[in-house]
Every structure is written in C-alpha cells, then in structure tokens.
Design a protein around this ligand. Sequence first.
Ligand SMILES: *Cc1c(COP(=O)(O)O)cnc(C)c1O
Length: 372
Amino acid sequence: MGVPLLDLKSQYRELKTELDAAFAEVMENAAFIGGPKVTALEDAIAAYVGTAHSVACGNGTDALFLIMAALGIGKGDEVITTPFTFFATVEAIVHTGATPVFVDIEPGTYNMDVAQVEAAITPRTKTILPVHIFGQCVDMDPLLEIADRHGLIVVEDACQAIGATYKGKKAGSLARAAAFSFFPSKNLGCAGDGGIITTDDEALAAACRTMAQHGTTKKYFHDSFGVNSRLDALQAAILLVKLPHLDAWNDQRRAAAAVYDELLADVAGLELPVVREYGDAVFHLYIVKAADTETAERVMRALNEAGIGTALYYPLALHEQEALAKLPGFQRPFLPVAESCDGRTFALPCYPGITVEQQREVVRVVEETLGA
Ligand SMILES: *Cc1c(COP(=O)(O)O)cnc(C)c1O
C-alpha cells in the first residue's frame, strides 16, 4: 500500500464538477487578470481570516515582499525572523534591501522562540517576521508586547497556516499584516502560483495594491516603482470553489495528526510535534524528529522503499545556507535548536483523506526500522 506525502489528485476528483465549471466560466468570460473572481476571492479571504482588507498577488513570496516594501522597510533595516522556515521568508527580506536577523526556535513546535527576540533587537530593527511553521501559530501575545514596547511592526508569514487559530483569532489577523500562499501543496492551494495579503490597515492595503501593479493607482500613471504581481482569475475561481471546504480539510489533518500522536506515542527515539494549548494547529505538515541524521535517513529510506512519501523539512537551517554566507555583513549566529534539526526532522503523510489503515502502514514501517 503506497501512501503519498500529499494527495492532490483525489482532492480534484472530489470537486471535479465544480472546479471544471468554474474554470469554464472564466474561459467563457475571457477576463483573466483581476476582475470579479479575484475581487470575490479577496472579500472571501478577508472575511475568513477576519481582516478588513486583503490584496491578492502572484505568490506568497511576493505577498511578504509587498508588505515589507509598502511598509518602507529597506536598506539599513533589520528584520528579526526564524531560521526554520522556507527560504522565501528570508528572500523577501533580502529583496527589500533589509538584513535578516535570526533567533532560535522552540523544540517541539519549531516556531520562533519568542523569549529570545528581545535580545536580538538593535537600533536598526524595524520589523519582526514570525512564521507560523507547519500550521501552528507563534506565541503572538508576548511577541506583540515586545514589539509594542520597542515600536516595531509585526508581520506574519502565515503561508502554512491558513485556518490556524491563536486564542480564538485566525492566523493572518494577529499583527499589522500577513502573507498567505496558495501554492498547490499548501492547505488551500490553487493550480499554480498564488498569494494574498491580509490586513486591517487600509492605507497599507492600498500601498500593497499599488506596489503590486507597477506603482499605479490610475492606469498608465505611475506614482512609484512597483512590481508585477497579480493573481489570475482562473486561480481565484479555483480557490473560491475550495475555500468552503478548507475547515473540513483542516479538521481531517488534525484528526490524522491525533492518530499519529497515539500510534507513535510509545515509539522510542522519535520526537513528536508539540501543539501549544493557545490555539488550533492546521498541520500543514506532521513533522517528527529522529535521534540523529543517520536514523532519519534510515527511516526515510525504509518509508520510500515501502512507497510512502516523506521529505526533510528542512534539511538545512537558513542561517547556515550559502546564500546567507554571501550576504554582505551577515554574521552567522549559533542557533543550537535550529541546527539540531538539520537532517533530522521529516514529514509523515498527513493530508485530508488519508485513512487510518494508511497511517498504520506508515507507523508499521517507522516502528520496524527503529526496532520498536
Ligand atoms: C510556501 C511558503 C512561502 C512562499 O510562498 P510561495 O507562494 O511559494 O511564494 C513563504 N513562506 C513559507 C513559510 C512558506 O511555506
């Protein structure tokens, strides 16, 4: 019995009639960029997340860049973030001209260790960029308190966390602005690239929109230099069909995670993900940590041989990447928790529709390999 890491084909089959109809409607109308579908999606996402505004754009990386550029973050500024995230988080910072400053992560949740943020603040710090990694919110209240005290802006990278909550509020509504990605493998994915910004700040939303459209507020009149970052109507149409299913899909991810928690509870030598009591996680990925890299490799090889999907998230923390070493003035910090994850943290299949039988098979292979 093979088990993929994620099963997008069955999701398509589940919604085929509606998705095909939405696709055909956009083709018939031949309005491909912007238009009513994109506006409807912006309204739907803002309502879902609980913000006053949202701005669709080309992808999650652009969403991060547009927010920071619109906030005026640039050369000479520092942005505090986590080294345990997808590279795009840091790329967006660097492309504004600002310098990323890394703080270590918490074991178990793999989220930014908020207790270490204050020590990283310098006179050049402008922004804190927490990432709700693997679909669990960062502990935002103490982070916002620190930011407030130092006059810093907080921006959420919520690309993996659509639908996750923190003290009853949704990821994406917890700080000044947030970035979401609709990359196909995200919890809400389109059929290509897509992204969106959420915020309560009307002026910031307008600035992001201008920035995403070549610095225009009126067609062919340019107040500033922007970029081209737009969401296709086809993608918006697909996302409008999928959004009503998101909560049920996230429930299924949580249920699958609970099954692993139970089945793996007695397996020695494997650290299971920790969920903090302040919110609901949406398990973009279910990550386990092996005792060492050799064990991780052995388990992953056995899973692959059994036809089970797995991958390292992430093989190398960002502060250790070659691209950062080349960044002028970058001093590589020592971040022991993040570095302890290198080559050791990997994903087990955890997606809507996975069956308990499939999960038992995954656990059987893991247990057999570990000799449990
Ligand atoms: C996917 C992702 C991004 C980038 O989103 P794209 O749509 O691929 O550009 C940024 N940050 C995190 C944490 C992500 O998982």
